[in-house]
Ligand binder design. Sequence first.
Ligand code: 7TS
Length: 414
Amino acid sequence: MQSAQATLENIRKDFPILNRTVRENKTLVYLDNASTTQKPNQVIDAINDYYKNHNANIHRAVYALAEEATELYEKTRDKVANFINVKDRTEIIFVRGTTEAINLVAYAWGRDKIEKDDIIVTTEYEHHSNIVPWQLLVQEKGAKLEYIRTDDNGELILDDLDKYLATGKVKLVTFSLMSNVLGTISNSDEIISKCKAAGVLTLVDGAQAVPHMKVDIENLGCDFFAFSGHKMLGPTGIGILWVRKSVLETMSPFHGGGDMIREVHKYETTWNDLPYKFEAGTPNIADVVGFGAAIDYLSNIGMDSIRQHEIELTKYALEKFSQVKGLHVYGTPDISKRGGVISFNFADVHPHDVAQIIDEEGIAIRSGHHCAQVLMEKLNVAATSRASFYIYNTKEEVDKLVDSLNKVARIFKL
Ligand code: 7TS
């Protein structure tokens, strides 16, 4: 059995970008993993190998290369099914990412199913991609969008959910399993069981959760589930929408075109089998293959070890942050209820100034509204700074961040 330290050293060796220097010859400290993660050689090599040795269009031809490409593409679907514990692979749809997945549901499910005065419930800590598609839909239908509020600890106030469900008008409740700003892990069991009891469908945005903890779709019990490959070591431009079969079978197509059809005549078309009905056109084959390699990589480490590593880093960082003068950290102090995302602000210092001073040390953190302006309004700030961790981050990197935060405090005389 390898020690945790040895494992971490080996993991870091797989990520070539972590060796590079930035600014004044500073070793890169990458702490913007909630935005996107870095890629290991295994993922880069899988994409290279695909283009060098197997490139062809899928599902269309009988020649050897086309068969190989199709097999590689479909193999990733099986890997995804296994990774999130889905029994029926035809419920898994390849999309560009979480944003496209949620838009697909809003169009292909929502346009048929949402009517005037219906209610869609979301939360105050959603990413814009789990707000804007619903705004567009309710505006078109004369329906309503309501919000479950967050409390001072950044947790959802579930009394709000009870209140909306009691109206009998709610058709969908949609929430992220982990907030990209506060790191809060939603109380999914309670939300989904309440919705089930009320006969209301649920969509879970797993963009921040799937990369960082074991997610079991069967246990979760939702109806729609979305996540992105690039936040879990995979390439950009590939993501997953999972839909429960009984719901998927009631949905209209999203995009029309090649591959999603069975027969096309001059004035009517019949649809292909699931999931191909929802995968129109030539898909992002190479990145699906790369995504498969990312899933293998994470599976080899084990999602429970990844969660444990992030808990340790986050606990360590929260302790150190509490000693920095003038620093305010958002979100719950209960480590069991949060992931490796820490948003913070210095009183009277603009987050962009913070990020700039930190960047001089080669440390990449994000400053801004994090595509969560509804939450920023709630917190009564325009922006926050945010550090977010992943499998390759170390306590030494947290120390470097803390040193530079102390530098901010000194410069601004806090
Ligand atoms: N949902 C959540 C919870 C997210 O954090 C993000 C991206 C998305 C959806 C959208 O994912 P995409 O892959 O379709 O873009 N979050 C962030 C972030 O926090 N900083 O940059 C992107």
